[in-house]
Every structure is written in structure tokens, then in C-alpha cells.
Ligand binder design. Structure first.
Ligand code: CO8
Length: 258
């Protein structure tokens, strides 16, 4: 598939998917979401890739769903024929780690997409917001659900009800992002982090990701039980043999292909 709204690169075992509709600040439309799903699934299935980075431009990761495309929809379009959202959650099916490397505007559906990544590295120019209320709609891809779980109810309500944007420093304080770096170092840092992850066993990385995500869907006791199954199963993998024997032999592990 040729992509018109994405740019794709690989750096060793790290794939970079870049949202690319610069004239509309990467506003997310149907075509882009279809292409994103296609690219994510391809890299998830590619044994040469161990980690995926989702990014945008320095000015905007994404300024939200495409308002021009949605403005004239009625209920039948959104729920029925066009069904906005049918192609928004492919990213949640990706089993390999997905890092969001964000900069500039991360708004509305852009913030919701970012929150579907496994963790976020942000440039110091990033602004996060859920300004849907200002265009007369509620969030529709998890903003009212993932944001309060991530940053707490009070700050989430503040952002969702006032449309206030928060900057990268506030986002880091609240736990929305894991690292903040200067804008001109964003991709260097993200690719370095991605390379670190991709050098681990992809099987174990996928198990950890699945187990962490389980924490948001179940009780603590069930979650720990789920984790324990993966821990026991790890002893059936070549990665455990390699990792532990490398440690005991005081050498670096080689998880290539494991
Ligand atoms: N949709 C379409 N076009 C956009 C969007 C958008 N979300 N954001 C910016 N653009 C376009 C502008 O229309 C403009 O185009 P043009 O040059 O042709 O006029 C271009 O990008 C540049 O934008 P501005 O001139 O406005 O740039 P500024 O630097 O002055 O302002 C802002 C930047 C603050 C980001 C401003 O553009 C803005 O407020 N954008 C809208 C933000 C917003 O409201 N986002 C939420 C949209 S609703 C949503 O995301 C719902 C998601 C639900 C998903 C559900 C799936 C199931």
C-alpha cells in the first residue's frame, strides 16, 4: 500500500511512522487512520522490527480529528455509514511496543491517539489538550476515559471542560508523558529508546506490554495472577536461557530474533 498521509522510515529494528498532513496540522481523517492501521499491522508482523515509533511534525503531532471532514456529518453518518471510529483503534491491537514521540499540538483525537501509545516522549514545545467542547462535541476515542486514568480526575475535568492546553512540563508532572526533551532532540531520543527496547526479546516485551495493559482492565489480584502466568511461561523461552546465562557468564545478552 502506498501511503499519502504517512511517511515511513526504519532505523535498524525500529520503525518510525510519521503522520503527514502538514497543511492541516496532521488532522486525523479516515484515509490517514486507514493507512496508520495498515502500517502498524505490517510492522507488528515484521520479524525485523522490535519497536514502533509514532510521531508527527515538530509543529503538530495531530491537532485532532479533521473538523472539515466531520462538520457536515449527521448522526447517521457518524454512527451508521461512515461510522467515525471504526478505524481508530487498530493501534490497540499492536503487540509490539509503540512509543509516541510527540511535539507541538497534541489535541482532541490527537491526544487520544497519543494516549493509545504505550508511552510518550514529548518535546519541550508540546501542548496537550482536549478542546472538543469548544467545537460542540465530546471526545470520542477515549479522552474522557484514558485522560482521568492517566492524570487524575481533577486535572482531566479541568482540561476537558475548559479546553485548556497543558504544556510538556505539566504533562510530565502529571504522568502523561515519560520524558521531555528539547524539540531538536526528540527523534534522536525516541530512536535511542526504541533501539534499547528493540534489542530486548520481542516475545518478552510483548508479554510485558500485554500484562501492563491488563492492569487497566482487571482487579489487582487477577492482574498479578495474569503476570505470574507470563513469568512462568518466560522459562519456556530461549530469551530466558540467553538472558540468565549471559548474566552469569558476565557477558552482554544477545536477544536477536528471540
Ligand atoms: N481539523 C481540520 N483542520 C485543522 C484542524 C483540525 N482539527 N486543526 C487545524 N487545522 C487546520 C486549520 O484549519 C488551518 O487550515 P487552513 O490553513 O487551510 O486555514 C491549518 O490547520 C492551520 O491551523 P491554524 O491556522 O488554526 O493554526 P494556528 O497555529 O493559528 O492554531 C490550533 C493552531 C490551536 C491547533 C488550531 O488550529 C485549532 O484550534 N485547531 C482545532 C483543534 C481542535 O479543536 N481539535 C479537536 C477536534 S475534534 C476531535 O478531535 C474529536 C476526536 C474524536 C475522535 C473520535 C474517533 C472515534
Amino acid at each position: 500500500m502506498e501511503y499519502s498521509d504517512l511517511l515511513i522510515e526504519t532505523h535498524g529494528r525500529v520503525a518510525v511512522i510519521r503522520l503527514n498532513r502538514p497543511k492541516a496540522l496532521n488532522a486525523l481523517n479516515d484515509n490517514m487512520m486507514n493507512e496508520l492501521g495498515d502500517a502498524l499491522y505490517k510492522f507488528d508482523a515484521d520479524p525485523a522490527i522490535g519497536c514502533i515509533i509514532l510521531t508527527g511534525s515538530e509543529k503538530a503531532f495531530a491537532a485532532g480529528a479533521d473538523i472539515a471532514a466531520m462538520a457536515n456529518y449527521d448522526y447517521a453518518d457518524t454512527f451508521g455509514g461512515n461510522y467515525i471510529g471504526r478505524n481508530w483503534e487498530h493501534i490497540l491491537n499492536v503487540r509490539k511496543p509503540v512509543i509516541g514521540a510527540v511535539s507541538g499540538f497534541v489535541l482532541g483525537g490527537g491526544c487520544e491517539l497519543a494516549m493509545m501509545c504505550d508511552f510518550l516522549i514529548a518535546s519541550d514545545t508540546t501542548k496537550f489538550g482536549q478542546p472538543e467542547i469548544r467545537v460542540g462535541v465530546t471526545p470520542g476515542a477515549g479522552g474522557t476515559q484514558r485522560l482521568p486514568r492517566t492524570i487524575g480526575k481533577s486535572k482531566a475535568m479541568d482540561m476537558l471542560l475548559t479546553a485548556r492546553m497543558i504544556d510538556a512540563a505539566e504533562a510530565e508532572r502529571t504522568g502523561l508523558v515519560s520524558r521531555v526533551v528539547p524539540a531538536d532532540k526528540l527523534m534522536e531520543e525516541a530512536i535511542a529508546v526504541g533501539t534499547t527496547i528493540a534489542a530486548m526479546s520481542v516475545t518478552v516485551a510483548m508479554a510485558i506490554k500485554d500484562s501492563v495493559n491488563r492492569a487497566f482492565e482487571t482487579t489487582l489480584t487477577e492482574g498479578v495472577r495474569y503476570e505470574r502466568r507470563y513469568f512462568h511461561a518466560a522459562f519456556g523461552t530461549p530469551a530466558q536461557k540467553e538472558g540468565m546465562s549471559a548474566f552469569l557468564a558476565k557477558r552482554a545478552p544477545n536477544f536477536d530474533g528471540l
